[in-house]
Ligand binder design. Structure first.
Ligand code: NAG
Ligand code: NAG
Ligand code: NAG
Ligand code: NAG
Ligand code: NAG
Ligand code: NAG
Ligand code: NAG
Ligand code: NAG
Ligand code: NAG
Length: 453
C-alpha cells in the first residue's frame, strides 16, 4: 500500500513538473498578456483634469508601473494617443511632444503640438526647474514596483485647447499606445473613474481632480519581440557536464545573410563595430556564441551541506551596446520558501499566489553591482544563495535543484531541455516518464484526479 502511494505521489509530482514545463512552452506562442509570475502586473495611465481653461483644461498625466519586476529602461517610455476632436496641446511641463505638427490655423499664439495623434516623451534629467513637475524628467525610465517603488511612476502636465470645457463636453484620448521604448504593451480604452484625491503636504486638506480617466496597459513578451533575449545554462558539483544554452536560442550565427550579426570577442573590428553603432544603438550587438543571446544566466549547484545547499548564480552580458542599469532577475524554485541567505544581491520574495512562496526577485546592490556592464571582462554579476533543506522535498534527483523559470528584466529566459540536465552519478533519468507526451500527462493527471473522486 505504502509503495503504491509513494509511486502515485511521485508520479503526480512528475506530472506537475511536466505539465508546468509543457504549459511554459506555450508562453511564447500566445499573445495573451498574462504573466504567471505577475498575473496582475500592468501599467496604469491616469489622466487627471485639474482645472478648466477658457478653451479646454489642464491635466496631469501619471504613468504608474504596477509590475513587480518589469521596468522601463533607457531610452524610456513613449506615450501616444489620438484626440477625439481637434484638440491641441498649448503647453507641457515635464514632457514634450516629439513633433509639433501643422499649427497653421493658429495665427498669434502657436500651440506646442497640433497633431491629431501626438507622441510624448519624458524630459531628460537636468531639465530646468521651471519645466519640471514631481516625478518627471527621468528620461522616461520607470522602476519596477519591487525594486524602487519611489521611482515607479512618471508624470507630466499638459494644457489642452480646442477641447470640451465641462465634464459633459470633454472627450478622453483614444487609442492610447505605450512604447517602452519598443512594442510589447497593449492599452485598453480610457475609463471614467472616481476622481483622484490629493492630500496636501501638511496632511490637513484633501483636494480632488475635476475628472479622472484611467487607461490600463498590459505587457506581452510575444508582442515585444519574436525571439528570446535571454537563456539559462546549468552546472552542478556532482556532474562535470555544463549544460549550455540551447544552440540558436536567440538567433543563429549567419555570416552569409547577416554579416556582422555578432562580433568575436577578440575581433580587431570590435571597437569600430561598437563606435559605428552610435546612432541606432539600442539594437543589440552581441558577442558570437552558439546561443546568440544578449544575456545568459548561469545556475551552478555549488555545495551540499547536511542541512543546507548552496547555489551560485551568474548573469553574463554578451551585448556590447548595453550597460544594464538597475537590472533584475526573477527566479522560481520550490526551495525559495526556505532561502536563508543571499550574498551580494538584494532579495525579495514574490508571491503571485498567496500560498506559494517559490519565486524570488534578485537585483544588484546600489553602487556595487546594480550596473551590469556591457560585454567584456566586467560584463557579469554574481551571487550565492543558501537554502535550508526541507527533508520532505529536497533532492538532487531529476533536476530538482535547478530553477523552474528565470526572467531577466521581466523577460523570460529560455531553459535547456529537461532531459539535458546534469544527472546525479549512478542515476539515469527515468526515460519511460521523460518521454511522456503532454497529452499522456494530461490523461494520467485526469486519471489521478478521478481516481480520487
Ligand atoms: C493593475 O494593477 C493593480 C496593482 O496590482 C491592480 O490593483 C489593478 O487591478 C490592475 N488593473 C487591471 C485592469 O488589471
Ligand atoms: C459633472 O459635474 C456635475 C456637477 O457640475 C456632476 O453632478 C456630475 O456628476 C459630473 N459628472 C462627471 C462624469 O463627473
Ligand atoms: C482607433 O482604433 C480603432 C480600432 O482599434 C480604429 O478603428 C480607429 O480608426 C482608431 N482611431 C484613430 C483615430 O486612430
Ligand atoms: C485609476 O488609477 C489610479 C492610479 O493607478 C488608481 O489609484 C485607481 O484606483 C484607478 N481607478 C480605478 C477605478 O481603477
Ligand atoms: C562566422 O564567421 C566566424 C568568423 O568570422 C566563424 O568563426 C564562424 O564559424 C562563422 N559562422 C558561420 C555560421 O559560418
Ligand atoms: C558602459 O559604461 C561604461 C562605464 O561607465 C562606459 O565606459 C561605456 O561606454 C558604457 N557603454 C555603453 C554601451 O553605454
Ligand atoms: C518566503 O520565504 C522567504 C524565505 O524563507 C521569506 O523570507 C519570505 O518572507 C517568505 N515570503 C512570504 C510572503 O511568506
Ligand atoms: C520551509 O518553509 C516552510 C514554509 O515556510 C516551512 O513550513 C518548513 O518548515 C521549512 N522547512 C525547513 C526545513 O525549515
Ligand atoms: C552528467 O549528466 C549528463 C547529462 O547531462 C550525463 O550524460 C552524464 O552521464 C552525467 N555524468 C555522470 C558522471 O553521471
Amino acid at each position: 500500500m505504502g509503495s503504491i502511494f509513494s509511486f502515485i505521489t511521485k508520479l503526480n509530482y512528475m506530472c506537475t513538473i511536466f505539465l508546468v514545463l509543457w504549459l511554459f512552452s506555450f508562453s511564447f506562442t500566445t499573445t495573451e498578456a498574462y504573466d504567471a509570475l505577475d498575473p496582475t502586473g500592468n501599467i496604469t495611465i491616469k489622466w487627471d483634469i485639474m482645472s478648466w481653461t477658457p478653451d479646454g483644461y489642464v491635466a496631469v498625466v501619471t504613468i504608474y508601473n504596477y509590475q513587480q519586476f518589469r521596468h522601463i529602461q533607457a531610452p524610456g517610455w513613449t506615450l501616444g494617443w489620438s484626440w477625439y476632436k481637434k484638440e491641441v496641446i498649448w503647453s507641457m511641463v515635464g514632457a514634450q511632444a516629439t513633433e509639433q505638427g501643422d499649427c497653421s490655423r493658429y495665427k498669434t499664439n502657436i500651440p506646442h503640438c497640433c497633431k491629431k495623434d501626438p507622441t510624448v516623451v519624458d524630459l531628460l534629467p537636468g531639465t530646468p526647474y521651471n519645466q519640471q513637475i514631481a516625478n518627471c524628467c527621468k528620461g522616461g525610465v520607470i522602476s519596477s514596483r519591487i525594486q524602487d517603488p519611489s521611482n515607479a511612476a512618471s508624470s507630466f502636465q499638459l494644457s489642452v485647447g480646442a477641447a470640451g470645457t465641462t465634464n459633459k463636453t470633454v472627450r478622453a484620448p483614444r487609442n492610447v499606445t505605450l512604447k517602452a521604448p519598443g512594442p510589447g504593451y497593449t492599452c485598453g480604452p480610457a475609463r471614467l473613474v472616481r476622481p483622484s484625491k490629493f492630500v496636501t503636504a501638511d496632511q490637513r486638506r484633501v483636494t480632488q481632480a475635476l475628472l479622472t480617466w484611467n487607461v490600463t496597459c498590459t505587457y506581452s513578451q510575444f508582442l515585444a519581440q519574436k525571439t528570446p533575449t535571454c537563456c539559462v545554462s546549468l552546472s552542478s558539483f556532482y556532474n562535470d557536464t555544463i549544460v549550455n544554452c540551447p544552440t540558436c536560442t536567440c538567433g543563429c550565427q549567419n555570416n552569409i545573410t547577416q554579416p556582422g550579426s555578432c562580433v568575436e570577442a577578440d575581433s580587431p573590428y570590435l571597437k569600430s563595430a561598437i563606435a559605428t553603432s552610435g546612432k541606432n544603438s539600442y539594437a543589440p550587438l552581441v558577442q558570437c556564441t552558439k546561443h546568440m543571446c544578449p544575456i545568459r544566466v548561469h545556475w551552478h549547484v555549488k555545495l551540499n551541506y547536511k542541512d543546507y545547499w548552496r547555489v551560485k548564480v551568474s548573469i553574463i552580458n554578451f551585448n556590447y551596446r548595453m550597460n544594464y542599469t538597475q537590472w533584475n532577475l526573477a527566479v522560481q524554485h520550490p526551495n525559495f520558501d526556505n532561502l536563508t541567505t543571499v550574498f551580494s544581491f538584494n532579495y525579495q520574495s514574490v508571491t503571485p499566489y498567496e500560498s506559494i512562496n517559490d519565486t524570488a526577485m534578485l537585483w544588484g546592490l546600489k553602487f556595487y553591482n546594480d550596473l551590469l556592464m556591457q560585454a567584456g571582462p566586467l560584463g557579469n554579476v554574481q551571487s550565492e544563495l543558501l537554502f535550508r533543506k526541507d527533508k520532505s522535498t529536497f533532492t538532487f534527483n531529476q533536476g530538482w535543484a535547478f530553477p523552474r523559470r528565470v526572467y531577466f528584466n521581466g523577460d523570460n529566459c529560455v531553459m535547456p531541455p529537461p532531459d539535458a540536465y546534469p544527472w546525479l552519478p549512478n542515476s539515469t533519468p527515468d526515460t519511460h516518464i521523460a518521454k511522456l507526451t503532454p497529452v499522456m500527462v494530461i490523461l494520467i493527471s485526469l486519471a489521478f484526479l478521478f481516481g480520487h473522486a
